[in-house]
Design a protein around this ligand. Sequence first.
Ligand code: ADP
Length: 307
Amino acid sequence: NMPDPAIEIIKNRLSNVKHKILILSGKGGVGKSTVTSLLGHALAARNPDINVGILDADICGPSQPRVLGVHGEQVHNSGSGWSPVYIKDNLSLMSIGFLLGSPDDAVIWRGPKKNGMIKQFLSEVDWGELDYLLIDTPPGQSHSVLTMSQLNGRYNKFVHFIYLLYRPWLQALRTNTCRACSTCAGAGAGAREGAGAGGGGGARALLVTTPQEAALLDVRKEIAFCRKVDLPILGVVENMTLFVCPNCKTRSEIFPASTGGAGQMCVELAAPLLGRLPLDPTLARCCDNGLDLFEELPDNPTVLAAR
Ligand code: ADP
């Protein structure tokens, strides 16, 4: 198997990034982008010497420019690559949203073009020195095929098929080789070398879900996918766990955790539950208006939970 030159370029470009975190959800609308931006703000606020980059690779609905308050900004391509937009001195963003003529443009793109764009992003953005790169990924496309493959008893073959077809760029972000196949062994070795030379390790996955079974079902498949391709799992964040009425302080479960929520799933699948975030209208308002909740309302319950 010939090494893909684009994959090699990505590995070199990102070899110095200390922590690469892929934020995955499975189902759309569960708060993947919101958690990504909160995490970015939280990490950048924790220490001004820590540099955080967010790559909005959610080609179907790039929402980070709005959430981070830099909607409509222009990005420039210099000799060393695309320069991201700076939200703070130590927090930068690159989004497909900056490059689209109209927000509706990307919806009709098919897999190869989407993947080409993600590869291009990973290889051509000039991040400077980064401690954290948070990658807001497109919602998982693997579910239907994974389900099919499990039914057919041809799991490994299909996992590899999905991996190459839908997420070839993932190859450049992992340190380990895919357990589903032997063909990507070269990628694993290359990434490990990169880690040794530059101090940057392979990517880890952070999964976002709501307590609702429909979301948990999809996130279970993402966890299975991560394990098949040896992408280490950092943990799971449960979003929209509770709603506390601002007037009467009654606590309500808007999305019922009928099967025990993310807590039970994490126990069953031996994955760490990193935290739970409330359903918080203030957070939704901040996201719509591009405000930093950490600065606006440091005592807000979501901020306290996210810290
Ligand atoms: P995804 O990236 O998974 O598609 P988003 O992060 O875009 O989901 O969230 C979907 C919508 O829900 C957005 O309008 C966002 O502002 C809102 N939202 C997400 N998490 C919360 C929360 N904890 N409280 C209130 N609104 C939220």
